[in-house]
Design a protein around this ligand. Structure first.
Ligand code: MG
Ligand code: ZN
Length: 213
């Protein structure tokens, strides 16, 4: 019985995700579902990336959080359109939440829509929202065991942004093992190593993001 209910939820979600994808495609928007654990640095990475794009690719952001507007305020201060979704407890975004907020964004003026999912390494990977691509952030402070413990997100993501590499000497995470385990789960994964604190590694990430369409 439980299985039936869950599959119906996912079916309804996929149908709405397809509708969202149609709207975004019609507007010529490339969309990225950005996932990762709380504190991995998803918003901090956007604070580096969006100014680096320098208006060459106009960015819009949907911020997903259980509560609060702090992340949306940080993005808003960069001068790009942003809308905050508060899930009120739900630990992931779903397609219906995205459908509800799309009319709040100036879609005609957006080239790249970044959807920052709720901080969570598990179920955000299970719910398509209509995105062109899933990407994830993993900070080295979370440890090198995460690919093998949370395989689905690594398998579903097209890009892995390894953040906080400035902390490597302090946290003792094995970067080579993260890369090896992640690539074993997903050989096509594109991997970036960055520090949102120092700005290291953002050139190649920005170049990659500017080329998406
Ligand atoms: Mg955030
Ligand atoms: Zn969830």
């Amino acid at each position: 019985m439980n299985v039936k209910v869950v599959s119906r939820i996912l079916e309804a979600n996929d149908r709405i995700a397809g509708e969202n994808a149609g709207i975004l495609r019609q507007k010529g928007i490339y969309s990225i579902n950005l996932m990762g654990a709380p504190g991995a640095g998803k918003t901090s990475i956007l604070e580096r990336l969006i100014p680096a794009l320098n208006g060459k690719r106009k960015t819009g952001v949907i911020e997903g959080d259980i509560a609060g507007t702090e992340d949306a305020e940080r993005i808003n201060s960069l001068g790009v359109p942003v809308v905050q979704i508060n899930t009120g407890g739900a630990c992931h975004l779903d397609a219906n939440m995205i459908r509800e907020v799309l009319p709040e964004l100036p879609l005609d003026g957006i080239d790249i829509l970044i959807i920052e999912n709720v901080g969570n390494l598990v179920c955000p990977a299970e719910f398509d929202v209509g995105e062109d691509m899933k990407a994830m952030v993993l900070s080295v402070a979370e440890g090198h065991d995460k690919p093998l413990k949370y395989p689905l997100m690594f398998q579903k993501s097209s890009a892995l942004i390894i953040n906080k590499i400035d902390l490597l000497p302090h946290v003792g995470a094995d970067l080579a093992r993260i890369r090896k385990d992640a690539l074993a789960l997903n050989p096509r994964l594109k991997i970036f190593e960055v520090s949102s604190r120092t700005g290291e590694g953002f050139d190649s990430l920005t170049e990659w993001l500017s080329g998406l369409r």
